[in-house]
Design a protein around this ligand. Structure first.
Ligand SMILES: CC(C)(COP(=O)(O)OP(=O)(O)OC[C@H]1O[C@@H](n2cnc3c(N)ncnc32)[C@H](O)[C@@H]1OP(=O)(O)O)[C@@H](O)C(=O)NCCC(=O)NCCS
Length: 277
């Protein structure tokens, strides 16, 4: 996997806790980051509600950060129609790490840890999307120029990063989850209902519920110009090469070479599109 070196060599590389062994399918490919559980933070009796809300939603401590977040979200997030679009265009950049020109935020676009979300120019984020950059030591979410995010899509970090290259187009009802690093290249076309699963569960101990075992993550990389068919599932640790095509409803468990066409469950390469630039 191209990004394997990114996770090796140190136990806190890029701010992630890195385990030196993992029992998941991708053990040979890359060490995996261990994922904390949000519930542990949420039900921690030693922490007050305001601090929990700040840690899980606002992303910054202090009363000013909390009030600024509440002001913007209460005023703009649920507002319908043209007034809502105008308010979000004006106010959301106040919370974001960076925001370019001509960025459209649909109704009910929710932001978590917005100071770790950086957005380029000419970006559309349709109604009901969630951009969640949550994490203690992560960089968060970056959307390049010309990115489109379809309605109801979730970009969810658990101390991971999500990076969408210029012109990437993510359809309706997709989920991109990252507990380490999910990279979507330039001009990738991701059809509706795609699930990019950038994190996994250790299930090696049959005596223990899976939910009580470690969570691990190696990340997912999707190369420039790839096309992901509707309803595909891309499992943790996978790299899809540039200009590859993934068939509708495929479950991708292994790397897919550049310009290959892979279909089915599990996804197998059935053809190649030939040389790509
Ligand atoms: C992957 C895809 C592009 C292949 O198209 P194609 O090159 O015309 O493929 P073919 O029809 O020649 O099929 C090649 C083989 O793969 C199989 N196949 C194709 N798509 C498949 C899929 N999604 N799942 C399982 N098998 C599939 C075919 O049955 C055929 O198998 P066979 O050789 O045993 O008969 C297309 O089938 C597909 O899934 N497109 C995604 C559409 C989509 O999600 N659009 C959303 C809009 S953005």
């Amino acid at each position: 996997m191209a990004s394997a070196g990114r996770w090796s060599g140190t136990d806190t590389k890029d701010g992630f806790e890195v385990s030196d062994e993992t029992t998941t399918r991708n053990a040979a490919k890359a060490p995996a980051a261990t994922i904390a559980r949000a519930q542990d933070q949420l039900f921690d009796a030693a922490t007050g509600s305001r601090r929990k809300y700040a840690a899980l939603v606002v992303g910054r401590p202090g009363l000013f950060a909390l009030l600024a977040y509440e002001f913007v979200i209460t005023l703009a997030q649920p507002r319908a129609g043209a007034l809502g679009l105008a308010l979000r265009k004006m106010l959301y950049p106040l919370l974001l790490g960076a925001c370019g020109r001509n960025v459209v935020f649909g109704q009910n676009v929710a932001l978590r840890h917005p100071h770790k979300i950086r957005i380029g120019n000419n970006v559309v984020i349709d109604d009901n999307c969630l951009l969640d950059a949550k994490g203690e030591t992560n960089r968060g979410i970056r959307l390049g120029d010309g990115v489109f995010i379809g309605r109801n899509t979730i970009l969810s970090c658990k101390n991971g990063d999500i990076d969408l290259g210029d012109g990437a187009n993510v359809g309706f009802n997709c989920e991109l989850f990252s507990a380490s690093r999910v990279t979507v290249g330039r001009s990738v076309l991701m059809a509706a209902y795609t699930y990019v699963i950038g994190g996994d569960h250790d299930f090696s101990d049959p005596a223990k519920a899976v939910i009580e075992q470690r969570r691990v993550s190696s990340g997912v990389t999707i190369g420039d110009g790839a096309w992901i068919g509707a309803g595909a599932k891309i499992l943790d640790g996978v790299t899809i090469g540039p200009h590859a095509v993934i068939g509708a409803a495929a479950v991708v468990r292994e790397d897919v070479p550049a310009a290959a066409i892979a279909v089915g469950i599990p996804a197998r390469v059935v053809a190649s599109r030939g040389e790509h630039a």
